[in-house]
Design a protein around this ligand. Structure first.
Ligand code: UDP
Length: 261
C-alpha cells in the first residue's frame, strides 16, 4: 500500500491518498484546537495516544456489528481507512449534561440525563458548527428520514456499548461526538461511522473522583493532558500498567518505530 498525496488537512488529522482508490491513510497530528479554532496548541504525543485508543474502540465496534471506516492501524500515527464522502453533520450523544448543553439551556452541570440525548450540529467552521434539528437535516436533504433513523439506532447501540466498556474500567462516558460518511462499493452506497473515538471527541470522567480524562483538560487549561489520555489507554488495556507514557517517551517511541520500518 503506497502513501500518495495529501488530500485534506483538518484540525487534528491529515488524510493521504493511497494506491487503492477506495482507501486513504489517516494521520493523527499532535495539534489541539478548541472553541472553533480560537485556542490552539501542539501537545506532543496526543496523536499517538488517540490513534491507539481509537483503533481499540473502532475494532471493538466492528465486532459488535457497527460498520466503520477502519481497516487497520499502520503505525504509531497512521490508520488505513475507507474513503468516504463525509456527511456534514456532527452527531453528539450525551449521558450527563455538561459543556454546550449546560450553557445553551441552563441545565445544571453534571445532571444525569434520564436517557441518552442525541443532538445534531452542522459541520461548518465558518458558522461555528450550529446546532440543527432533524427537520433541518431532512429539509436541506443532508439525509432522509430513514437514514437519520438508521444513524440514531447505531448511536444508541454505540452509546450502550461504550458506556459499558468505560464503566468496566472505572470511567463515566459523559458524552461523545461522531461523524458518518457514505461509501460506494460494488454499486452500493452505505453509511458507515467515519471518525476517531478518543478522549479528543468524548468526555470521560473518572467514576469515583470525576477527574476529567479528556480534552476538557486542554479547553479549561487543567494541564496534564498526556497523563490523562495515557490513563485512559492503560485502563482500556492498550498500554502496559507499568509503561509511563510521557510526551518524551511517546516521541521516542514513534522515532524508534520509524527507524524500524
Ligand atoms: N465535540 C467534538 N468536536 C466538536 C464539538 C464537540 O469532538 O467540534 C465533542 C466534545 O468533546 C464533547 C461532545 O462532543 O465530548 C459534546 O460537546 P459540546 O457540544 O458540549 O461542546 P463544547 O462544550 O466543546 O462546545
Amino acid at each position: 500500500m503506497k502513501k500518495g498525496k495529501k488530500l485534506y488537512e483538518g484540525k487534528a488529522k491529515i488524510i493521504y491518498a493511497t494506491s487503492e482508490k477506495n482507501l486513504v491513510i489517516q494521520y493523527f497530528k499532535d495539534d489541539a484546537t478548541a472553541f472553533n479554532n480560537q485556542k490552539k496548541s501542539t501537545i506532543e504525543g496526543k496523536g499517538v495516544l488517540n490513534n491507539r485508543i481509537s483503533e481499540h474502540i473502532l475494532s471493538n465496534l466492528t465486532e459488535i456489528g457497527i460498520e466503520n471506516h477502519l481497516i487497520k492501524r499502520l503505525n504509531m500515527r497512521e490508520q488505513l481507512v475507507k474513503f468516504v464522502d463525509i456527511i456534514p453533520i456532527e452527531f453528539v450523544v450525551r449521558n450527563i449534561a455538561t459543556g454546550s448543553l449546560t450553557k445553551r439551556l441552563g441545565i445544571e452541570d453534571g445532571t444525569i440525563l434520564e436517557r441518552p440525548l442525541i443532538e445534531y450540529y452542522l459541520k461548518d467552521d465558518k458558522l461555528g458548527d450550529p446546532i440543527i434539528s432533524r427537520e433541518h437535516i431532512i429539509f436541506f436533504n443532508w439525509l432522509n428520514a430513514i437514514q437519520i433513523k438508521t444513524i440514531d439506532t447505531n448511536l444508541y447501540r454505540m452509546n450502550d456499548f461504550l458506556l459499558g466498556m468505560f464503566r468496566a474500567v472505572g470511567i463515566k462516558l459523559v458524552d461523545f461526538k461522531v461523524e458518518f460518511g457514505l461509501t460506494h462499493e460494488s454499486g452500493k452506497t452505505k453509511i458507515v461511522l467515519a471518525d476517531e473515538i478518543s478522549p479528543d471527541t468524548c468526555r470521560l470522567w473518572d467514576s469515583i473522583t470525576e477527574k476529567k480524562l479528556d480534552k476538557d483538560r486542554f479547553r479549561k487549561d487543567l494541564g496534564d493532558l498526556i497523563p490523562a489520555y495515557t490513563e485512559v489507554a492503560k485502563r482500556l488495556g492498550i498500554l502496559h500498567e507499568q509503561s509511563n507514557v510521557t510526551a518524551v517517551n511517546v516521541t521516542k517511541l514513534s522515532s524508534v518505530k520509524k527507524k524500524n520500518k
